[in-house]
Ligand binder design. Structure first.
Ligand SMILES: NC(=O)c1ccc[n+]([C@@H]2O[C@H](COP(=O)([O-])OP(=O)(O)OC[C@H]3O[C@@H](n4cnc5c(N)ncnc54)[C@H](OP(=O)(O)O)[C@@H]3O)[C@@H](O)[C@H]2O)c1
Length: 320
């Protein structure tokens, strides 16, 4: 932690702070002195996590927010509660995400993986953006995965209706995290709010536990070789706190180092189209784009070629 700055006086929201990488991130940032808000679906479980984070960090300034982020109404309610609770917001960590082997549908009628992994951070970030820009310099840190490299944004079937594959949906959602971050960075140019995205490594968590299918067999075998949650949180904590990344925006990181993300992730036309489709799906009705947005609106470029889809696990390990 030698190159991480003290976070005293800073307020951070970590989505999915009840377990796994998010909880370890919350502990790390609380140790550095930040006020940390965590989110989880179940208030009792989230309150138990808050007690653990306080005990592990020695910092009592840890708050709980309960919301199921697969529901847009709950994302909106969460954002309202955060805005009421926090007069400033220095860092938003979009950490919630997961893998579902089978196709599930959210309360909004959308495919669950795309809705939770991509649309939820997209909407939450938008709803908190004025508070972040008002607190600038501020940061948006989004947890993606090395699995983004085999992702493809299929605009013809974003809802996975034509033959859902958990791996394909996950990879696409993680590519969407990277493209969202790059587009957000372009749109936030000049605001003092940075946007970065990361691969945490392959980490021993509850990842995929709700609907594992084939992973049930693989996971026990590879578990001993996976990173601890604390090690998996290191890059998120670094991007949220380190002075080394002051002003660094629109970059992908792994192991606390900037890395090149997949070729497809840099297609500005696809990113702009994904942004617009996502805004429509979450019902964002901002009537006017701020000047900096209009100035940086991307031009379309050819849609990327779809690449082969090896296992997310093997690929993520290669990229860790
Ligand atoms: N683990 C890995 O190897 C790995 C590798 C690459 C990338 N990642 C990424 O790292 C991030 C964190 O994953 P993890 O491994 O720490 O997963 P995890 O152990 O399953 O934790 C997921 C967190 O998200 C919350 N959550 C799940 N569904 C939710 C929903 N519908 N609404 C609100 N919160 C919800 C959970 O809280 P509750 O259950 O209490 O609601 C929990 O706090 C994800 O974005 C994942 O894609 C993980």
């Amino acid at each position: 932690m030698a190159d991480t700055a003290s976070m005293a006086g800073k307020t951070v929201l970590v989505t999915g702070g009840t377990g796994g990488i998010g909880k370890a991130t919350a502990v790390g940032l609380a140790v550095l002195g930040a006020r940390v808000g965590i989110t989880g679906r179940d208030r009792v479980r989230a309150e138990a996590a808050v007690a653990d984070i306080r005990a592990a960090s020695g910092n009592l300034a840890v708050d709980v927010f309960a919301a199921d982020l697969s529901s847009q109404a709950q994302v909106r309610r969460l954002a309202g509660e955060v805005l009421d609770a926090y007069p400033r917001l220095d860092v938003l960590v979009n950490n919630v995400g997961g893998f579902w082997a089978h196709r599930h549908v959210t309360a909004d009628g959308l495919e669950h993986t795309f809705a939770l992994n991509h649309l939820a951070p997209f909407l939450l970030t938008d709803l908190l953006l004025d508070r972040l820009t008002g607190s600038a310099p501020a940061r948006v840190v989004t947890v993606s995965s090395g699995a983004h490299a085999t992702g493809h944004i299929d605009f013809a079937d974003l809802q996975g209706s034509a033959g859902y594959s958990g791996q394909r949906a996950y990879n696409a959602s993680k590519l969407a995290n990277v493209m969202f971050t790059y587009e957000l960075a372009r749109r936030l140019d000049g605001t003092g709010v940075t946007a970065t995205v990361l691969h945490p490594g392959v980490v021993r968590t509850n990842f995929g536990a709700e609907d594992q299918a084939g992973m049930k067999v693989i996971l026990p075998l590879v578990r001993p070789f996976l990173k601890s949650p604390a090690a998996g949180a290191a890059t998120t904590i670094y991007l949220a706190s380190s002075a080394e990344v002051d002003g660094v925006t629109g970059r992908y990181f792994a192991n606390r180092k900037p890395k090149t993300s997949s070729k497809a992730s840099y297609h500005t036309g696809t990113a702009a189209r994904l942004w617009q489709v996502s805004a429509d799906l979450v019902g964002l009705t901002r009537s006017a784009e701020p000047d900096h947005v209009a100035r940086h609106r991307s031009r379309p470029s050819p849609v990327e070629q779809r690449s082969a889809l090896p296992s997310w696990l093997a690929h993520a390990r290669d990229l860790a």
